[in-house]
Structure formats: C-alpha cells, structure tokens
Write a protein that binds this ligand. Sequence first.
Ligand SMILES: NC(=O)c1ccc[n+]([C@@H]2O[C@H](COP(=O)([O-])OP(=O)(O)OC[C@H]3O[C@@H](n4cnc5c(N)ncnc54)[C@H](O)[C@@H]3O)[C@@H](O)[C@H]2O)c1
Length: 330
Amino acid sequence: MKRGSILVTGGAGYIGSHTAHLLGEQGYEVTVVDNLSRGRRHNVDPQRLRVVDIADTDGLCRIFAERPFEAVIHFAAYISVGESMHVPELYFTNNVSGSLSLLTAMVRSGVRHLVFSSTAAVYGMPAAVPIKEEAPYAPVNVYGESKVMVEKLLHWFDLVHGLRSICLRYFNASGADPEGKLGEEHEPETHLIPLLFQAILTGQPVTIFGEDYATPDGTCIRDYVHVNDLAEAHILALEWLMGGGASDAFNVGNGSGYSVREVVRAVEEVTGKKVPYVVGPRREGDPPKLVADSTKLRRALQWTPRHSDLRDIVSSAWNFEKKRSVQQAS
Ligand SMILES: NC(=O)c1ccc[n+]([C@@H]2O[C@H](COP(=O)([O-])OP(=O)(O)OC[C@H]3O[C@@H](n4cnc5c(N)ncnc54)[C@H](O)[C@@H]3O)[C@@H](O)[C@H]2O)c1
C-alpha cells in the first residue's frame, strides 16, 4: 500500500540514501532530487532519481507537478566545516540560497511539510552539556551559521505561508545500513570512524586533534548516532507533520558520548587491527564535549534509537567499508 509521495533532496548522499531506502521499505513513494555534486548515483534506484540542483526553482516545480507530494525531506547541502571556513560563499549559496529556492518551489506548488537536516553546529560551544533545544544559536563556523539561517527561513515560511517544518539537529551521524549496501562515502572524508578505517587500510596515520581537553582521557567527546536511527527520526517527524503537528526543532543523538580514544579502541576491537595515528594540536572551534539531550524527541515522537552501542555502530560501518574496498580493488 502506498503511503504518500515524498521528495528527498540530497538522497544520493550518506544520510539521505539511508532515509530514502527506509521510506521505500515503509511503503512511501520516493523521488530523490540530487545534483550528484557530492553524492553517489549508485545510492539511488535510477527510477527514483532526478538529477536537479535545488537552486533550480522551476526544475523543482516541474517535479512537484509530476504528482501530489505530501512532504519534502531536505538533506541537500555541503557539509564540511573546514571548507566552509575557506569558501563561505559556497556554503551561503548552496545551503542557504539553495534552501530558499526549494522553499519557494514548495510554496508555489502547494507542498507544505518539510523535515530539515540541521545540526548540533547551530549551538557552537555550548555552555551546558547534554545540550537541550533551548540552548541559544551560537555557531562558530560558516557551516553552522548556514543551518541557523535556514532554520530562521523556516520560521518565517511557517508564519507567512503556513509551511510547517521539523528541524532535526543531528549530532555525529555514523554507521551503515546493516545489509552493507549503503554507507558513508564522503569525498574528502572528514568523519572520525571512516577516517580510522582509511588509516587501517592505507597504513597512513590519522591525526587526533588534541589530547589536552578537560575530558577523562584528554580527547574530545562526541555523540554518535546510527544513520538508521536518524532515518527513523525523519520518518517520525514526517508523520508528525502529516498528522497536523506544529513546526518544531529536535536534537537527534544517543545522549551518551564517546571520546576519540574510545572510538579508536572500538575500531581496533571490531577490526582486529591497530589504528595508526598521530596526535596533533587542537582544532580551532572544536568543543571538548558535544552530547545531545534528545528527551524531547523521545517523548514527542516516541523515537528510540536501536543501535546506540558504539561497537554495533562501528561493526555496521566496517562491514560496509570492507565491501567497498573489495569493489574498488576489482
Ligand atoms: N553527516 C553528519 O554527521 C551530519 C551531521 C549533522 C547534519 N548533517 C546534515 O545532513 C545532511 C546530509 O549529510 P550527509 O552526511 O548525508 O551529506 P552528503 O554529502 O553525503 O549528502 C549531501 C547530498 O546533497 C547533494 N547536494 C548538495 N548540494 C546540492 C544541490 N545544490 N542540489 C542538489 N543536491 C545537492 C549532494 O550531491 C549529496 O548527495 C546535510 O544537510 C548535513 O548538513 C550531517
């Protein structure tokens, strides 16, 4: 039974592809819009894919005219904090103007529900951890600022146009689809777990940025949330909106933090191999500890993460990485 048509922007990327897959499994009709600038064609069923840039408002309107769409899940964005501090214009153009174009197309086409990929980076260096949604916006990089700007656009599009939205502020997305077909393939990669795998596979040491933080082992602590648990949160948010729920923002994290050294240990245990690494200086703007308080999401949308164990997360990612390296070698 079909449960409605959903447009997924950025569905050829890491989190979008997992979510599109889950939507399909749950009976939704899925259309993916992706310009393939950073995503992978092989992540999407070819019949679902429309290779379109979200900046192309008319192109989006043509897709919305294909059939009645219930909602949009909006992943399409550039995601590298470091790059955003070198080429801010790229981030404001793609993430902010691109989102404005999408919202414009939605209003023109009468589509009034949107789930947005926001981020813990909207909080910057939080004064209190675990972080609650009431913490103020205080981004310390252009990437985080671009997400704050879209959250503000959404506030006004709700007030003026009645476009209702849920902002999901994710912490560290990680892991892979347990079947091993989808996983994390960023280019260049900036996320810790795949970087640790690359170090094992290439023998080139990975850098740990800082070991003198005020944390038990001196390395930064982050909240790792499995990509399928994230995908589930999107579907719950979608159903909340389609059921008449109001606009809101929710943190999405496990609520338990792991230090970089703990992640290294988990990777070594799962892979049975030593991770070659060197310790470098701290990175500017890296908070010592980022952990989500996701009580609001658990209570309002009954979200329950199923893969909160770090070894489970690392195992699923390693399973994908092994398959990927065999494919690349053949
Ligand atoms: N990965 C994380 O840990 C994390 C954490 C917090 C928030 N997020 C947010 O989640 C979303 C998805 O992240 P991801 O890790 O899957 O990234 P990703 O780079 O794997 O996927 C992004 C996708 O968007 C597409 N895209 C980019 N600009 C586009 C445009 N103008 N038009 C059409 N398609 C475009 C890319 O080709 C890519 O397929 C992003 O919005 C990101 O900011 C990610």
